[in-house]
Structure formats: structure tokens, C-alpha cells
Design a protein around this ligand. Sequence first.
Ligand SMILES: [Zn+2]
Length: 256
Amino acid sequence: MSRTLDHLLDQNVAWADSRTRADPHYFLRMSEVQRPAYLWIGCSDSRVTANDVLGLDPGEVFVHRNIANIVHTSDLNILSVLEYAVEHLKVEHIIVCGHYGCGGVERALVAERSAMLDHWLQPFTMLYRKHRDVIDAIADAGRRLDRMCEINVEMQVRRVAATPIIEKAWMRGQALNLHGWIYAVHDGLLRDLGPHLSSIAERDALPTIDARVLAPAEPPATMKRRQALEAFARVGLESELAACCVCDPSQHGVSP
Ligand SMILES: [Zn+2]
């Protein structure tokens, strides 16, 4: 095994060279102040990279990622990101985006409790345990995991909306929209799960996350998106998802 990463440094030179050839002012623009309109809160999974999934250039989306896109309201990391994004960058949209087949979510469904990761996942694990009868009644393991991935997104959107940072922004009249999305690694498409939240009143009118667990709903989809989903399904890319790297430390190691 090489001790150096010269191949990555060489790739960097090639990338910077091609960018500059295509657009001589590219890095000059990048060096100016960033003004992203979006904050992305997503999973650390190496296959779910915000800029690629959204088709955005550097500078267009501010990003926070952690295992299973969990929002801990005592996590200084995510709170700092939120505060900076809302109060300084003035982002207009915050997207909490999970992904189907998430190994972090899968870990929350197993009995083992031996890693730091289990502390991290604890709020979601407790939700699962509370509704275990309902969730475990989904016979197909893949569908059960996917359903929990969706529930996790909805839960984390609610937790973002509950932070004083977001409340303060809404109270001073700042335009700020929260979204809950999920990404499918097997077809590259995003699904809008909701909820959409733009005010304290909308947040407070939401059914509880417990109610959402008990009353699942199909993600709403635009006509264009439905056509894309059907087209991809016909090509035969239905979910045989590789588990996220953190699902089984004995097989995959523990680093995300
Ligand atoms: Zn994940």
C-alpha cells in the first residue's frame, strides 16, 4: 500500500486544469464570497453527495453531513452550521435529505448497542422501539428499512424546525423553507417526502412523528418525477441496494 496519495494530488491538478480550460474565470469567481441559497443536511454515505445529486456547482449549496442525517439539538456542529447558514448566508431553503438503504438507519433497528454510533442514533432508535410492533409488521426487510429511512427524514425535519435558530428566523419574518427529501442510490432520483415548513404555524400544525409512523403516506410526486420513476423502473433498476458502509461494522469496518 502506498503511504502517499500522489494519485489524488495528480487528479486534483487535472481537475483544476480542466476547469480552468473550460472557464478561465472559474476559480476567480469561486474565491469571491459564497452565496448559496440552500443548506443540505444529509448522510455521510459516500454515494450521496449534495452537489452531484442536485446538479449544482461549488458555491451553490452549503452542506452538513453526518451518519443517518440525524439532527441532535445539542450537537454544536449542526447548530453552528444552521446558525451560520440562516443568519449569515441567509439561505432560503433547508433540505434534510436521507437515502434509501441507509446503513445508519439500519443500525438503529438492530439490538446490538456497543458503538459510539449507537449513542448517535439513540433518538431514532427510541422512536423505532416505541413503534416496533407497527414497523416489524412490514414483512419485507427492504421495505421495512426504506420505511424507516422515510420516517427518519420526517423526524429530522421536525427537529430542525424546533430549534431556536429557525424559530427566531421565522419570528423576524425571514423567508426560510424546510424540506424533507429522500434519495435512491439505485436510480439517482430524489423524492419529496415533506413536510414543507415555512412558518411556526405550519410547524405547530403538523401531526406528530408518532402519528406519521402510524399513518404512512406515499411521497407526493410531480408528473415529471412520476414519469422518471416509471422509466427507471422499466429499465430494471429496482432496489437491490448495497448497504451503507456503517450498517455492519463486522463486515465493513466502522468508518463512514
Ligand atoms: Zn446513510
